[in-house]
Ligand binder design. Structure first.
Ligand code: PLP
Length: 345
């Protein structure tokens, strides 16, 4: 893969803004830091945060068995994805390929960055149609987004299909693994070093239970990460976020326990929903939510709202007619849902 061919021209020649903390990195208590115009009175947050979030990345590198220079952190996956657009896609010139029904942010960011979107619907089994995707690509196709497990369909894509896309797509393949910890499939991180055109994104928002701190992760070759590092805002991850992320990574067994209980609860919820007649279909789930087809999605959505239960109505998404998306809640929340649905039927 020729990285320079894929990058935007202005990005290749750009040099990163050099912050005070980039120019002098050694953090030594004994030093006098009068280089960044900070307030000198220590309150825990008076200093700018580490622009490279080294402590957090060190933990992630150990956890995922990768090098620190293969990791970039963003203000949520949103920022990570936006940086990828800005690195690779020339506005009003390049295009990206998405596979609806899928996560809405890819097209939002494409529109924001004035990048053409080529949509290739998933198959009726919610799998990528490899030949159709390859027919859509041209020399200006820079990014292909594969969300697996996919939101809102809840399934994972077949590994063979993903691998053939990684081998035949002539741009960057972004695998969005926001839900990977709930999946029986292994992360593509284990094969990152095999594919120079692979970017894997993950997040602290789902399995880690930290949507509020806004922390997204990007894993890629060190060459791609170096480019993204050059264009990210210098202090994009604040100190509070770095502190909380680090605490969570130090207690990773808690995350695994929570994930396991959500997976168990998912199975309980599926068995209970299966007995309720208004459900036409409950799709298999490899994530922390269910895609369900009901008799009348708009009606059931309104009825649930009237009982204070908020689900996501996906009926207007392609291949999702009369579908609702339900996040797995606590056992009490799920019970409340079931009790109300039973009254409806
Ligand atoms: C929830 C979700 C994310 C997470 O986004 P953040 O900005 O990190 O909170 C990313 N991708 C998909 C497909 C999601 O559903």
């Amino acid at each position: 893969m020729n990285l320079e061919r894929l990058l935007r021209k202005n990005i290749i020649s750009l040099s990163a803004y050099s912050s005070a903390r980039d120019e002098f990195k050694e953090v030594n208590e004994a030093f006098v830091f009068i280089d960044a115009n900070e307030n000198p009175n220590n309150n825990g947050y008076n200093r700018y945060p580490d622009p490279q979030q080294t402590a957090v990345k060190q933990k992630l590198a150990e956890l995922r068995d990768l090098e620190i220079n293969q990791i970039l952190l963003g203000n949520g996956s949103d920022e990570v994805l936006d940086l990828i657009f800005r690195a690779f896609c020339e506005p009003n010139n390049d295009n990206i390929i998405t596979l609806p029904p899928t996560y809405g942010m890819y097209s939002v960011l494409a529109n924001l960055n004035a990048v053409e979107i080529r949509e290739v619907l998933l198959s009726t089994e919610f799998q990528p149609k490899v030949n159709s995707i390859l027919e859509q690509q041209d020399q200006r196709s820079k990014l292909l987004f594969l969300c697996t497990p996919n939101n809102p369909t809840a399934n994972s894509f077949d590994n063979d299909l993903i691998e053939s896309l990684l081998r035949s797509f002539n741009g960057i393949v972004v695998i969005d693994e926001a839900y990977i910890d709930f999946s029986i499939n292994e992360s593509w991180l284990s094969r990152l070093n095999e594919f120079p055109n692979l970017i894997v994104t993950q997040t602290f928002s789902k399995a880690f239970g930290l949507a509020g701190i806004r922390l997204g992760i990007c894993y890629a070759s060190k060459e791609i990460i170096a480019v993204l590092n050059k264009i990210k805002p210098p202090y994009n991850i604040n100190q509070l976020t770095q502190n909380v992320a680090l605490e969570k990574l130090e207690r990773i067994t808690n995350v695994k326990e929570e994930v396991n209980s959500i997976i168990n609860e998912r199975q309980t919820l599926i068995s209970q929903l299966e007995t309720i007649p208004l459900f036409v279909k409950i799709y298999p789930s490899d994530a922390n939510f269910l895609l369900v087809q009901v008799d009348d999605a708009n009606l059931r959505y309104r009825q649930l709202i009237s009982k204070g239960i908020v689900v996501r109505n996906r009926t207007n998404q392609p291949l999702c007619h009369n579908c609702l998306r339900l996040t797995i809640g606590t056992p009490e929340e799920n019970q409340k849902l079931i009790t109300f649905l039973n009254q409806l039927s």
